[in-house]
Design a protein around this ligand. Structure first.
Ligand code: UDP
Length: 432
């Protein structure tokens, strides 16, 4: 194994590497901030954070909370709300940014200082950034790779985005071994995959260790109360036609169990706000709120008796907090939780949502089974592993502690054309 001296002690700012992170939505920001912070702790790495403008408010709220000021913030024009408008806007804005970054940091004849672009998960931002980065010849690292339903319509367009990014990525960070197995089945070499756990668990453990002050007094009161509490979120595109059914189910749960309280942070999407907000605003057992700050939401989820959700991230987080999850989707790309017994798929049929919720509230044995199953999604150290692995690929030094079956540094490098350890150490004086 080449153990070249290039990035060892004495690394100077001119030769500091600038990995790029592109984030656009709340879940991406939540799951990528621990990686950015872990990377910042390494003096050789100075990440560039680009906020794509996909969901600017919710994304910047999370980044602010983590103390991250984006280096570049893009703003998108959204008129129709279509995916084509979104993705073409992202590609066009990001391509300008990448052109500039490549001119500044990767000029011909010098040590390339953009060693990779980190994209997360399955959003339009992740897809557009992966594409633009690959076209700019900056290798793509895909965090939270390998989740699959193999149904391009569910979740839509996330399943498609994940599959496409998998083709583009040079290095795939899978959260679990089943996700890694999906990638291997798709002919991605096990030598370019690392199983790290999910960085969302790193973020969650941090968030629940923080003191909390709820900005909405109704939420503060209900968290301090004793009775059964449901936390509900719904926003997925494939559920937009089922929001009436979800609202109807919640109303029926309230009439069947008058002591139940529901907190429902409304996603900013207008369809979600109109339908759920419109149908539930008069029900006194339901507290409709704006999206909660992440630390508040993490504490609320911890207090909740049950989470009813179509969210991906909440399926991973809730089991760490011993909160059973009823998933309002027909299928999930997170089958590990279903197998472990912490998640149950209930779809969007109101009868099933009502009967599953009441059954769980009324059956202590079933509740105990779901709430005490082990969380298969991570141990809170995923970000550390990712940064160690990235450094190891770049320098050949300090391999990460094994987690899963491992990856091959030389294989990943052979796909990039970069080998920092064998390049001469060059000083640059023109860009300090
Ligand atoms: N979340 C939050 N505030 C809220 C609702 C959710 O901070 O009011 C967090 C939640 O803890 C999880 C993430 O947002 O980490 C999930 O985001 P979302 O459901 O929008 O996306 P998905 O996970 O489905 O991609």
């Amino acid at each position: 194994m080449n153990q070249g001296p290039t990035f060892t002690a004495g690394f100077d700012p001119v030769n500091t590497l600038r990995p790029i992170f592109v984030v656009g939505t709340r879940p991406e920001a939540i799951k990528i901030f621990p990686v950015v912070l872990a990377m910042r702790a390494d003096p050789r790495l100075d990440p560039i954070v680009i906020a794509s403008g996909q969901h600017p408010d919710m994304c910047s709220q999370v980044l602010r909370m983590a103390g991250i000021e984006p280096d570049i913030s893009l703003s998108l024009t959204r008129e129709t709300g279509s995916l084509n408008e979104l993705v073409s806007g992202l590609v066009s804005q990001l391509s300008g940014v990448f052109e500039e970054l490549v001119t500044t940091y990767n000029p011909a004849g010098y040590l390339p200082r953009l060693p990779g672009t980190f994209v997360h998960g399955d959003t339009s931002t992740a897809l557009a950034a992966a594409l633009v980065s690959a076209f700019a010849d900056v290798p793509v690292v895909h965090v939270e790779a390998g989740l699959r339903t193999y149904d391009l319509h569910g979740p839509f367009p996330e399943e498609l985005n994940r599959q496409l990014i998998a083709r583009i990525a040079i290095f795939s960070v899978a959260p679990t071994m089943p996700s890694e197995a999906n990638l291997i089945r798709e002919s991605i070499s096990s030598e370019q995959i690392m199983v790290a756990g999910n960085t969302g668990i790193d973020a969650l453990l941090w968030a629940t260790s923080q003191p909390v002050r709820f900005s909405d007094e109704r939420v503060a009161d209900v968290v301090a109360s004793e009775g059964p509490l449901l936390v509900v979120t719904a926003h997925r595109r494939e559920n937009w036609d089922h929001l009436d059914d979800i609202a109807n189910a919640l109303l029926r749960i309230c009439s069947a169990r008058p002591e139940v309280r529901i907190v429902l942070p409304l996603h900013p999407n207008p369809k979600v706000r109109d339908t759920l907000g419109g149908q539930l605003s008069d029900q006194p057992q339901v507290i409709l709120t704006e999206p909660l700050e992440y630390v508040e939401f993490a504490h609320l989820l911890k207090r909740a008796t049950i989470a009813l959700t179509d969210s991906g991230g909440i399926q991973e987080e809730a089991p760490s907090l011993r909160t059973p999850v009823l998933v309002m989707r027909e299928q999930t790309e997170r089958p590990e939780g279903v197998l472990a017994g912490t998640l149950k798929l209930v779809g969007t049929d109101p009868d099933t949502i009502v009967s599953s919720t009441l059954a769980l509230l009324e059956d202590p044995d079933e509740y105990e089974r779901m709430s005490t199953a082990d969380n298969p999604y991570g141990d809170g150290k995923a970000s550390e592993r990712i940064v160690q692995a990235f450094n190891f690929v770049l320098t050949g030094q300090n391999p990460p502690h094994a987690f899963g079956p491992g990856f091959s540094r030389s294989f990943v490098l052979s796909r990039t054309g970069l080998d920092y350890a064998s390049l001469p150490h060059q000083q640059r004086s023109d860009d300090s």
